[in-house]
Write a protein that binds this ligand. Sequence first.
Ligand code: ATP
Ligand code: MG
Length: 333
Amino acid sequence: MTRVFSAMQPTSDSLQLGNYLGALVEWVKLQETHEAIYSVVDLHALTVAPDRDVLTRRTRVTAAQFLAAGVDPDRSLLFVQSHVPQHAELAWVLSTFTGMGEAGRMTQFKDKSAQVGESGTNVGLFTYPVLMAADILLYDTNVVPVGEDQRQHLELSRDLAQRLNTRLGEGTVVVPEPHIVKATAKIFDLQEPTKKMSKSFSGPKGLIEILDDPKKVAKNIKAAATDSDTVIRFDPEGKPGVSNLLTIYSAFSGRAIDQIVADYEGKMYGHLKVDLAEIVVDYLTPIRDRAMEWIESPERLDEVLAQGASKASAIAQVTLDRIYDRLGLLPPL
Ligand code: ATP
Ligand code: MG
């Protein structure tokens, strides 16, 4: 069976809508037909220097939202990255296969380090895509469901996989394919609709958060930045704000964008926003309720994560042993 792997960082107290529409929806679908492995990548989150208690809380809250969205622990593995030490071990090996120039071309590092400034940036943020490649390659992953912003990182994972196979022999690792659903691959910030919605960098008014108070979700949608024109039309270049709202509307209602545009002909942006706010709140409420149930029973959650880690670790060790052997690292007695 082909294998799916994907992950999210515990960098916020709630996932944002882009995480849900760009990736999590696909995680849930793909587990029906694939062997699926999903992770809360807490080691990645260290790159933004979180407080101790905040990181612990966000790790559980992130896992709870995966489960609430429909990741089924009886079918898929769900674990926390730091519980499987092979991720950090393979990342070191892969860093020795990564060119400095190659790592330096990653646009997300450039964007993120520009946002935090040179003194706030760190080597971990620079080598982040190498750890991400390790996350993926450890599980002989065939398919990686992610948003558009991860395309370049995934390309690096593929290049590294091919390089390992060339240097260490065919079959060392599987070369992964991205799974990026065009319609929802990039959800934009509600206030700055030319930037992607982001857990760490969007302001509170730019976000739709899965766990947020429904009133605040509705308020943010109603206050979304649009344009001075009045026509409701899908035009991502010319009308990024309205187009983003139409994308979200279509994803949650299951209706084609053309149909929605036809329905709102002659109507104002305000009508679209009011209806969209209701659709989004209705959709997110049961997910939020289920997430709260998981958050309120941390023992049950930790048990799911422990079982996932033990199974994931067994798979990861087989890959790591194969790579260590082909590298010529002396095996321990
Ligand atoms: P951070 O700002 O801390 O990097 P993030 O919101 O980018 O957080 P990640 O944990 O880095 O979230 O990414 C989790 C998944 O969500 C990835 O597959 C990523 O491609 C996807 N994703 C993130 N933002 C968006 C977005 N705006 N639209 C679509 N997919 C997104
Ligand atoms: Mg991100």
